[in-house]
Design a protein around this ligand. Structure first.
Ligand SMILES: Cc1cc2nc3c(=O)[nH]c(=O)nc-3n(C[C@H](O)[C@H](O)[C@H](O)COP(=O)(O)OP(=O)(O)OC[C@H]3O[C@@H](n4cnc5c(N)ncnc54)[C@H](O)[C@@H]3O)c2cc1C
Length: 477
């Protein structure tokens, strides 16, 4: 069979003038075109519903110059999921032109080399950009849809008739910034997340006395020069580096410290116990099945730690990929032993932090992400008071944002980094996990399905797209 030809986005040229001074009205406006924002469109494509959704009118506003990859390209480490999880969306929707074109992209072929292993995050980002390009083509060609690149959502306004207004500033090269006002029946906020010292101190005021020593883990994972310099100086002076938190970010940060410094950098100077991971809870490991966990001698609770949908052990809270391998080596479950990292978990955690901080240790905080916020205004023009938890936006199981008083706002959805959904009967997950759930596979599958119910409420859910049997078969689950 002839491979479908690959299409490229038309950019700013094409049939429609994206700079026409219109105030269009769409069924949905997606604010932020990263993996979370594009996820439901990919879901619609593999469920055969993209054309129908586009016919209702879709606009997507993205600050960067491409859709799809979001922040993935910033991180010089490997994914915690295997390549197959990112490719799974291409296995269905045979007739969909977006997915057909994405299947034959060179970057997709490159990612297939990592089908059973963890690909570099930069490659995942490029692949998602490629998929995003194909969505861009589909939306740009549709008379009721628009893609606004290099455009920032500046504010979001609730309107008395239940619709939304997004004020957008468009910054095309060579043109003065221009304001666009987009009207939407349904608005999706997927602007990603952020970590800052200020945010960390607001969720953990006990760190205030050591404020100067606080470093966001994200800066280490991005290899930010000034941060790496601070850590390098500490390690050279034989001062320990403390990492707070027991999640993926904490262990990925430790992995970055051991692997990402140049040869002549401080990695050579990291001695036994020089990196201390301090966590309130014991380290959790991911296993595909309870049997695999038992074979490895890993202790877990058969009810609380097993996802009832997929059967995975610690599906969301368990360490996978390089972070998982490192944790196994540190905890003595692996073949080789890593002694440069020491783990302190449980009641002695706070005393240890205080002691290390008093000794001048940089405190790298891996507490999760706050939402990248834009001002939101209520129907009466006042700032919209939303529920937040540790800086992240709180949503209900339909991904609807909650007002400060707990009421859901119909058709105002948020998820992705800094706003995720919780473990639920529909999304699955181990009952012992209390964090938010994030991941490309989720955005393109289960979260995508939840979101699509708001976008196309009259569309019946395709049989077989959910449920325990389907989940157990899926690699990304
Ligand atoms: C270090 C790290 C590793 C991860 N590894 C994995 C992994 O291996 N596998 C996995 O499935 N998930 C992983 N995740 C989780 C998650 O899938 C990613 O964080 C993903 O990037 C989240 O997508 P997002 O769209 O929410 O955010 P982002 O990727 O940050 O995308 C947000 C988008 O919104 C745009 N934007 C921001 N503000 C505005 C504005 N005002 N107006 C318009 N546009 C705006 C940005 O330009 C960006 O494109 C990882 C997360 C982190 C932090």
């Amino acid at each position: 069979m002839k491979e479908p030809s690959v299409t490229t986005p038309r950019g700013d040229q094409g049939q429609k003038d994206p700079y026409a001074p219109t105030s269009a009205h769409y069924r949905v406006v997606i604010c932020g075109g990263g993996p979370a924002g594009t996820g439901p469109l990919v879901h619609a494509a593999h469920q055969g519903a993209l054309a129908r959704l586009l016919d209702r009118g879709v606009a997507i506003v993205e600050a960067g110059d491409r859709l799809g990859g979001g922040s993935f390209g910033r991180y010089g480490m490997t994914a915690n999921s295997i390549g197959a999880a990112f490719l799974e969306c291409l296995e269905h929707g045979d007739d969909d032109p977006v997915l057909s074109a994405a299947r034959s992209l060179p970057v997709t072929r490159e990612l297939r080399r990592f089908r059973d292993s963890s690909p570099p995050l930069s490659l995942v980002g490029s692949y998602l950009d490629g998929l995003g390009d194909q969505l861009h083509v589909a939306l740009s060609r549709h008379p009721r849809c628009d893609v606004l690149l290099r455009s920032r959502v500046e504010s979001i306004h609730l309107r008395a008739d239940g619709t939304f207004l997004a004020r957008v500033s468009e910054r095309a090269p060579g043109r003065p910034p221009r304001e666009r006002r987009l009207l939407a029946d349904c608005l999706i906020v997927t602007l990603g997340g952020t970590q800052s010292r200020r945010e960390i101190l607001s969720v953990s005021p006990a760190l205030e006395p050591f404020a100067e020593a606080v470093v966001p883990a994200d800066a280490v994972m991005r290899g930010e020069a000034a941060t790496m310099d601070v850590l390098a100086r500490a390690l050279r002076a034989r001062v320990r580096v403390t990492i707070l938190g027991g999640s993926h970010s904490a262990w990925s940060t430790a992995w970055c410290l051991l692997h990402r410094f140049p040869r002549n950098g401080p990695a050579a100077a990291i001695g036994p116990g020089d990196v201390v991971i301090v966590s309130r809870h014991p380290t959790r490991l991911f296993y595909m099945t309870p049997e695999a966990a038992e074979r490895a001698g890993y202790g877990f609770d058969r009810v609380r730690d097993v996802c009832p949908l997929s059967g995975r052990v610690n599906r969301y809270g368990g360490l996978r990929g390089d972070a998982g391998t490192l944790a196994r080596q540190v905890l003595g479950h692996g073949r080789s032993r890593e002694t440069r990292i020491r783990v302190v978990a449980g009641p002695q955690a706070s005393t240890t932090v205080a002691e290390l901080a008093a000794g001048g240790s940089p405190i790298v905080c891996a507490f999760g992400y706050a939402a990248n916020a834009v001002p939101m205004y209520d129907v009466d023009g006042r700032p919209l008071a939303l529920q937040t938890e540790h800086g992240a936006r709180v949503v209900d199981r339909h991904a609807r944002l909650l007002r400060a008083d707990g009421r859901a706002i119909p058709n105002l959805l948020a998820y992705g980094l800094g706003s995720g959904l919780r473990v639920s009967a529909e999304i699955g997950g181990e009952p012992s996990y209390h964090g938010r759930v994030d991941g490309v596979w989720l955005y393109q599958h289960d979260v995508g399905r939840v979101v699509m119910r708001s976008l196309l409420p009259d569309r019946p859910c395709r049989a077989g797209s959910g449920g325990p049997a389907a989940h157990a078969e899926r690699v990304g689950a």
